[in-house]
Write a protein of this length. Sequence first.
Length: 327
Amino acid sequence: MSPSSRCILVLLIGILSMALTAQAGIIQRLESSQSMKITAIGTSLTATANNWFTQTGAWLQNEYPGQVTLSNRAVGASASAYNPPGYPPTGPQDGMGQLNDVLTLDDPDAIFIEFAINDAYTVYGITLAQSQANLQTMIDMIRAWGTSHGKMVDLVVQSLNDCYLMRPNLPSYYQGYESVASANASPYMLFIDNYTNWKYLHDTNLPLWNTYIPDGVHPSPTGATNVTLPQVQSSLLNQLVPGDATGDGTVNHEDAAALAARWGQSGDWADGDFDCDGVIGPVDASILAANWDYSTSEATIVPEPSTLVLLGMGAAGLLVWRRRHQG
Ligand SMILES: [Ca+2]
Ligand SMILES: [Ca+2]
């Protein structure tokens, strides 16, 4: 069979089994008009008022009115799975406790996770290996819950800002988070790296960094708006599209060709294994077909009101011009 006819066959199989597939990625699911309960677990970096999560939630609620419900279960001074000395039994709830609440009370469609900053806090004594193991346990718990409830939960694992107060190995803990996310890669897993941007600001403009993180740990609302939020938005908008083997944000003939070339063989995402089972087959083709012609550029931010006003003025001007020239 020639590559092109094999490609057509694959697409036909895919179109026939389109009903089997579901959208993945928070923006994609919202774009397809799904309602989503979006939750967060984490430390004070997520629990404090008007932080990155509040701002991200407000942005999504503004872009997708009526579709987004938020639940923020982050607790200040918490770490992934540990009760700091002096806190229990009335102290902050650790990550496992927060996750239990999300799974039993929230019926989540998406969960943001960040504990690395406090796992790295030397006073808590959580090793890098424990931090990674705890994150893996949380991911396993979420996926098991999803399987038993018949739904896929979008996971967003993050590094947040840099911090130099009793956290000498924080970059390693952030890297640990990235490794665990990568080892659990799927269309429903996204790792967002905020650390690189914050570290860059620290190294290039320390006075501004000090303004944005006045206590050395917690970004101010302005800091969150100017550094964390744009990265979160960009990462969500550009999340790997199921079916996009080439990773260019568009699902088209190039991706079909990649998939056809490895049909029936083993491979990874770039070869067309979109359900991450290690083999390129009919389910992958159906995922590709379900997202055919999708482009991340379509999921762009709605123009600001001022832009709409300008566009409106342009349209009004055109109308006047046409009337004059018709009259
Ligand atoms: Ca592509
Ligand atoms: Ca597959």
